[in-house]
Write a protein that binds this ligand. Structure first.
Ligand code: SAM
Ligand code: DTB
Ligand code: SF4
Length: 331
């Protein structure tokens, strides 16, 4: 993999003002002939980005397991029996050490995830220190901590957090079949607080949970119609974990995953569209199609939160094969 210096700046004002998309229009994109869809996505991608540059984020679970929410896909929910033991929050030194290791391997952004509904004051104080320390080593920072109150958003902004990840997960119509302990509106409210505080928004969802095409289009419509739409859009392919209610969900056709990437690219032209969970189960060829469809970001590092990700050597070889390289702020 070619190495380039990863530089970053926080955009002063998001320029990604939304065009409104109806669910029907988005469904029609999904139904385009594959080659036409990819051609359109490619055109949009090349208008806004270097098509060979990929932004690399490394994840770290700073607090794992025992979560009080009932998300049907999640191995960390206390409602599920995936065998993820509840652990205490990691110490600052361990987080900084993991961030340095990720940076040395070429990641530009470090994303800290916590398995809880929302942080309390003590937890916020620890996370603030982690954000400051990771920024200090020269990485972009991201956190995913569930619901946030106004004061928490302000604390994270003041610590210099670059991105906040909070996923809509699926369409409003399908949401209730996956999660009952938190409302769709709660998620939208948190995203709005993050946006208003001037922190970049990272929000996406999961496909392959048994949603139909209209519902898959409904998720993209929700994201694309946020005004402005998110700077970063993680598209996760469900990782089916034994002990979760979705362990036996039907496999998503890989070409439908590629289509989802293309539709996200077309409807959110300036967003980083991230190949997220599910890459370990995906062939190199499918991932290459995802890049052709406009994906320009991925989770990089041997672990996601509690499940595996392709190892770094494999990803470097894949990027080399494709002539791709880590993104800089210009690409
Ligand atoms: N607890 C916080 C929350 O839910 O907002 C942050 C961490 S949570 C694990 C972050 C996201 O990971 C979820 O919203 C979901 O989109 C994704 N995720 C969790 N388990 C997954 C799985 N098995 N497959 C794909 N994505 C998953
Ligand atoms: C996102 O959209 N996907 C990441 C990150 N944001 C936090 C998490 C994927 C988790 C997959 C299951 C696990 O490893 O626990
Ligand atoms: Fe908890 Fe987040 Fe997992 Fe839901 S997705 S169970 S909130 S860790």
């Amino acid at each position: 993999m070619q190495t380039r210096t990863v530089q970053f700046i926080r955009p002063s004002k998001p320029s990604n003002t939304a065009q409104r998309w109806s669910v029907d229009e988005i469904e029609a994109l999904f139904k385009l002939p594959f080659a036409d869809l990819l051609y359109r996505a490619q055109q949009v991608h090349r208008e806004h980005f270097d098509p060979n540059a990929v932004q690399l984020s490394t994840l770290l679970s700073i607090k794992s397991g025992g979560c009080t929410e009932d998300c049907g896909y999640c191995p960390q929910s206390a409602f599920n029996s995936a065998g993820v033991e509840e652990q205490e929050m990691l110490k600052l030194e361990a987080v900084v050490q993991a961030a340095r290791a990720a940076q040395q391997k070429g990641a530009g952004r470090f994303c800290m995830g916590a398995a809880w509904r929302e942080p309390n004051e003590a937890e916020m104080a620890s996370v603030v220190e982690m954000v400051k320390a990771v920024r200090n080593i020269g990485m972009e920072t991201c956190a995913t901590l569930g619901m946030l109150r106004e004061e928490h958003v302000e604390q994270l902004r003041d610590a210099g957090l670059d991105y906040y990840n909070h996923n809509l997960d699926t369409a409003p119509e399908f949401y209730g079949e996956i999660i009952t302990t938190r409302d769709y509106q709660d998620r939208l409210d948190t995203l709005q607080r993050v946006r208003r505080a001037g922190i970049n928004v990272c929000s996406g969802g999961i496909v392959g949970m048994g949603e139909n095409l209209t519902q898959r289009a409904g998720l993209i419509a929700q994201l694309a119609n946020l005004d402005p739409y998110p700077e970063s859009v993680p598209i996760n392919n469900l990782v089916k974990v034994e002990g979760t209610p979705l362990a036996d969900a039907a496999d998503l056709d890989p070409l439908d995953f590629v289509r989802t990437i293309a539709v996200a690219r077309i409807t959110m032209p300036k967003a980083r569209v991230r190949l997220s969970a599910g890459r370990q189960q995906m062939s190199d060829a499918v991932q290459a199609l995802c890049f052709l469809a406009g994906a320009n970001s991925m989770f990089y590092g041997d672990q996601l939160l509690t499940t595996g990700n392709p190892d770094v050597e494999h990803d470097r070889a894949l990027l080399d094969k494709l002539g791709m390289y880590p993104a800089t702020e210009q690409s």
